[in-house]
Ligand binder design. Structure first.
Ligand code: C2E
Ligand code: CA
Ligand code: CA
Length: 727
């Protein structure tokens, strides 16, 4: 306190007290004391001026500034004497009046000797263009019963700015995290430490509910949780980041495809926290799948486009080559489509195309391909055909299906089709040339009139036509009794006695005369008619065998019936056999079933079970055409067959070809060692028979004894045994 006014009561009183002691003694005893006090005052003044906080002393109650330190002068950039003697408000502190009010209130309140409460506040101070923030504290100080206001303060502008900056940055970070399009989470030991809003949204949890949870609930199953976890943590412990797309589970149990990337925060402690970014990529995956689909499919009908069919052809060619099979490429053209499209509008046209596509798809099997070639043209690829004509039945089915009127908007639309067919490998080796030829054939079909098909190779047309005649004729033939059985004797070589007969089917066609099974059995197998046809053969053969027995009173013959693979696959062969035996009253031991190797190698366990049950019924089993197929010894034992029927191709040149003779001998020897009987079929002459006798073949069948003959003709032979030496 360097300056005092003379009116200051405290100072005057003190001086008077000192002077009252007398000038001399004052000099003698108080001068050094005074000197000392003045030094202390000086030191205190320096200290005050050096502090960074500013201090202002106010006279109360007026609020005039009576003293202040240098810090204030520096802060305001004004010399101290421009401040002292002026009211507090002149400093520019916004709340000067309020401060003074506080101090005055304090001053008049109960004063507990210095124990006055202090006030503090943060105030904004405008200094010319600049605004600074001050942290102020003030209190009343009483000295010699006089009250002063002490106001202290410091510039906290910098501190406040950095605080604001941090708050702003945090808010920005939070906004950034919460508005991110990806879910972000911090994990520790497979628990969520913290996550953003999007993370909770992706997984379908309410805000703020995921922190602290185990990550188990994010996965579709325990297995995924543990296996994925192992992979991820192996990578993270290795300090690598990890990225994967996998199925995650939402709170409601539904699943989605998520792309997850994870990395550890502190590479020195890979087991600790890791940061995970997850995004829902379901839509993207679906879009990618759709794009992939569209690249190979027609958007309107969903059918593959020609790119895919080309690919399928290339794949099918390899198999066809190995198995000596054929592949058909068809061009299907809708004849009346353009008229419909033009007159009824594209909407109707499009729906018609969709419907045509649906019907075409219904006609084909899984291995076949239908595609839209653009416009009103479709392509069909049929692989695995035994021969070109084998697709005739398919063609008939397609045309039948497309002939049924289409119902669109209560309108009945009728279309006609023209189909052109090219066959691999006959007509071409690659897609381009096959397509060109199928197209040419399609134009020929168009020329032939509505609903026609045409093969590029003219010869195939005849074959296909015949197949179709047979296909359409089979059902009618069965219903109207056009089938008959012929019987071919089976002779025991050693004794020369007739012991059995093979039943062989014949078709007496009202126009085409006698049709041999070699022509119609493959068609019946193709269109499924072999099942009812086979049932008829079983019944007719059993009835005939029983009738012969009743007529002659002789011991029963064994009747052999041929079975097709399809009867095992689609029909109920056990039931057919049981019914045939019941209906005829024939003893099961008088029925022999001729199985082909192709039956025994398909779906072995199921076939084995069926064959075993037939065997238990007492029915005999033989293997037809033995030696031409797989001839695996294992199934002969497993299926417990009774007899091997040596294929006629070996018997035909038995006497002239030593290789055939060797095979026949080997088969007979093997059969004998397994306890099986053997029968040679296609025995046409005496030398063959004599060799068979030499080789100990048990039975023989062939033109040498008799051709297959109608039942009544057979009866005659049965009554009068055939001499074995007949020529
Ligand atoms: P497969 O079972 O091998 O029948 C033997 C074929 O050889 C019969 O022809 C028969 O007439 C003929 N054959 C018999 N002995 C001789 C001979 O000494 N020399 C010559 N060159 N041929 C002889 P078919 O009756 O034309 O039957 C052909 C094929 O049709 C049969 O071959 C069989 O696979 C099938 N088949 C016939 N009837 C039926 C039937 O009812 N059901 C089934 N699923 N297939 C049958
Ligand atoms: Ca046979
Ligand atoms: Ca045979």
């Amino acid at each position: 306190m360097a300056k005092h006014s003379d009116s200051d009561d405290g100072w005057e009183a003190r001086r008077n007290r000192i002077i009252g002691l007398g000038e001399r003694s004052f000099r003698k005893s108080y001068y050094p004391q005074l000197r000392q006090n003045l030094d202390r005052l000086e030191r205190f003044r320096t200290l005050l001026d050096r502090t960074s906080d500013f201090v202002v002393l106010l006279a109360l109650p007026e609020g005039t500034i009576i003293d202040a330190n240098m810090a204030l002068a520096q802060l305001l950039g004004r010399p101290l004497d421009t401040l002292i003697g002026h009211p507090l408000a002149s400093l520019g502190v916004a709340d000067a009046t309020a401060i003074l009010d506080d101090l005055r209130r304090e001053m008049s309140g109960p004063v507990d000797d210095g124990e006055v409460s202090s006030h503090s506040q943060i105030a904004e101070y405008r200094l010319e263009a600049r605004s600074i923030w001050l942290e102020l504290s003030y209190r009343v100080a009483v000295v010699d019963q006089r009250s002063y206001g002490v106001l202290m303060g410091r510039d906290i502008t910098e501190r406040k700015r950095s605080h604001e900056l941090v708050t702003k940055l945090l808010a920005e970070k939070e906004a950034l995290l919460d508005n991110a399009l990806v879910g972000i989470a911090m994990l520790r030991r497979r628990r969520i430490v913290a996550c953003n809003r999007r993370f909770e949204e992706i997984f379908g949890y309410p805000p703020g509910t995921m922190a602290g949870q185990s990550t188990r609930r994010l996965y579709a199953s325990d297995d995924v949780f543990s296996s994925f976890g192992n992979q991820v943590y192996d990578a993270l412990n290795d300090n690598r980041s990890f990225s994967a797309t996998l199925m995650f589970a939402r709170a409601d149990g539904s699943t989605f495809w998520g792309e997850a990337t994870g990395r550890v925060i502190d590479p020195a402690h890979p087991q600790d926290d890791s940061i995970w970014v997850i995004s829902d990529v379901t839509e993207r995956r679906e879009a990618e799948e759709k794009a992939r689909f569209l690249a190979f499919h027609d958007a309107l009908t969903g059918l593959p486009n020609p790119l895919l069919i080309q690919d399928r052809l290339d794949q099918a060619k390899g198999f066809a080559d190995r198995a000596a099979m054929k592949i058909a490429l068809m061009v299907v053209d809708l004849a009346r489509f353009k008229t419909i499209n033009d007159s009824l509008g594209r909407g109707v046209g499009n729906r018609l195309l969709i419907e045509v596509a649906r019907r075409l798809r219904n006609c084909v099997q899984d291995t076949d391909t239908v595609c839209r070639q653009g416009g009103d043209e479709f392509l069909i690829l049929l692989p695995n055909l035994a021969d070109a004509a084998a697709c005739a039945i398919f063609l008939a089915k397609v045309m039948d299906n497309l002939l049924i009127p289409f119902k669109i908007d209560d309108r009945e639309l009728v279309i006609t089709v023209s189909i052109g067919i090219a066959v691999y490998p006959d007509d071409g080796a690659d897609f381009e040339s096959l397509l060109k030829k199928a197209d040419m054939a399609m134009y020929r079909a168009k020329g032939a009139g509505r609903n026609a098909y045409h093969f590029f190779n003219a010869e195939m047309n005849g074959d296909a036509e015949e197949q179709l005649t047979l296909h359409f004729g089979l059902r009618r033939a069965l219903d109207s009794g056009q089938f008959v059985l012929h019987f071919q004797p089976q002779i025991e070589i050693a004794s020369g006695t007739l012991i059995g007969a093979e039943a062989l089917i014949r078709w007496h066609h009202p126009e085409h005369g006698l049709i041999l099974p070699g022509r119609f059995i493959p068609v019946a197998e193709e269109n499924g008619m072999i099942v009812p046809l086979g049932e008829w053969v079983l019944r007719a053969a059993c009835c005939q065998a029983r009738r012969w027995q009743d007529e002659t009173g002789l011991p029963g013959l064994v009747v052999a019936v041929n079975l097709s693979a399809l009867q095992f696959k689609r029909g109920d062969i056990e039931r057919s056999v049981t019914l045939a035996l019941q209906e005829s009253g024939l003893d099961p031991s008088q029925l022999e079933l001729e199985l082909t190797e192709s039956i025994l190698i398909q779906e072995t366990e199921k076939v084995l079970a069926t064959v075993m049950r037939l065997k238990h019924m007492g029915v005999k089993l033989s293997i037809d055409d033995f030696g031409t197929g797989y001839s695996s010894l294992s199934y002969l034992k497993r299926f417990k067959v009774d007899k091997l029927k040596i294929d006629q191709s070996f018997i035909r040149d038995l006497a002239t070809d030593s290789e055939s003779a060797a095979i026949v001998r080997a088969i007979i020897q093997m059969a004998r060692s397994l306890g099986l009987r053997t029968i040679a079929e296609g025995v046409e002459d005496k030398p063959a028979l004599e060799l068979l006798r030499l080789y100990h073949c048990d039975e023989a069948q062939g033109y040498y004894f008799s051709r297959p003959v109608p039942a009544d003709e057979f009866s005659g032979k049965y009554r009068t045994p055939i001499p074995v030496c007949a020529s």
